[in-house]
Design a protein around this ligand. Structure first.
Ligand code: PGA
Length: 284
């Protein structure tokens, strides 16, 4: 678990009467440790229910008593949700890759939060860059999805991230700030315990070009600062921010060692049980 700066300061404050200058005005007794969160995004994979059940079963088998104390989730295609949930036997969570913000009516091909809730799904992605770019989903639509997911009593993983050209122009922090502010518009401080952020630089998704731990850490820290502005420091310190984009067994440990990286959203490597098993069993 990661202890926030505020938590560390409050621990310091309780053990040392000689370091009052360290405590500052933000001292808090709130213990806001962030539990790591490792998640897989299967996208348009695998091709059959049999493969999905077998992969989900094998991944669940990688969670053992010696695994890190982490939340683990798989975001899977709608048609595999129920069979994957049956296969993992509550060892991990199974979520949807997206929702339609409408509840019913003439929206051919759409799936609502109430439909998902009715089959026991408690998590959904919103704002993945493939939805933004390929399917043309806007910040407003993504915000409506987030509000509907939260309104349904479910939890959302909001994905944000800059394009390659934005990265090259040093705009990662600005892009993430806009996507955070627009995506979370209308979500209250109290509801933020059902929100997880996934920072996924678009240039790193599916390219093998993982962000360096230092780059990712710096964007995560700036996202946390935006959350502090939008809500407050306590909420920012309690919100988990995951990194996504070409995470592999080789890169996960160093990423997870960064103070503001609380987990991973994994695409390609989540389709390989050995690789994803190693990522679940990260060492940081
Ligand atoms: P990748 O995908 O791990 O294959 O880069 C990440 C994602 O799209 O969530």
């Amino acid at each position: 678990m990661k202890l926030s700066a505020v938590t560390l300061l409050s621990i310091l404050g309780s053990v040392s009467a000689f370091a009052p200058s360290l405590i500052g005005s933000r001292a808090s007794t709130h213990l806001d440790a962030r539990k790591p969160f490792i998640s897989g995004n299967w996208k348009l994979n695998p091709q059959t229910r049999e493969e999905a059940v077998s992969l989900a079963t094998d991944i669940a088998g990688k969670i053992t008593d010696s695994s890190p104390d982490a939340d683990v989730a798989l975001f899977v295609p709608y048609v595999f949700l129920e069979s994957a949930m049956g296969a993992v036997d509550s060892k991990l969570m199974v979520g949807a890759e997206g929702v339609c913000p409408e509840v019913k009516g003439a929206f051919t091909g759409a799936v609502s939060t109430s439909m998902l809730d009715s089959v026991g799904v408690q998590w959904a992605l919103a704002g993945h860059s493939e939805r933004r770019m390929i399917f043309g989903e806007t910040d407003d639509l993504i915000n409506a999805q987030c509000l509907k997911i939260i309104g349904q009593g479910m939890s959302v993983m909001l994905c944000i991230g800059e394009s390659e050209s934005e990265y090259e122009q040093n705009l990662a922090g600005n892009v993430c700030a806009i996507q955070l502010r627009k995506g979370l518009n209308g979500i209250s401080k109290e509801q933020m315990d059902r929100v997880v952020i996934a920072y996924e630089p678009v240039w790193a998704i599916g390219t093998g070009k993982v962000a360096t731990p230092e780059t990712a850490q710096s964007v995560h820290a700036s996202c946390r600062a935006i959350l502090a502005e939008m809500y407050d420091q306590e909420t920012a310190d309690a919100t988990r921010i995951l990194y996504g984009g070409s995470v592999t067994p080789e890169s996960v440990d160093e990423l997870m060692g960064q103070p503001d990286i609380d987990g991973a959203l994994v695409g390609g490597a989540s389709l390989d049980c050995e690789k994803f098993g190693r990522i679940i069993n990260f060492q940081a």
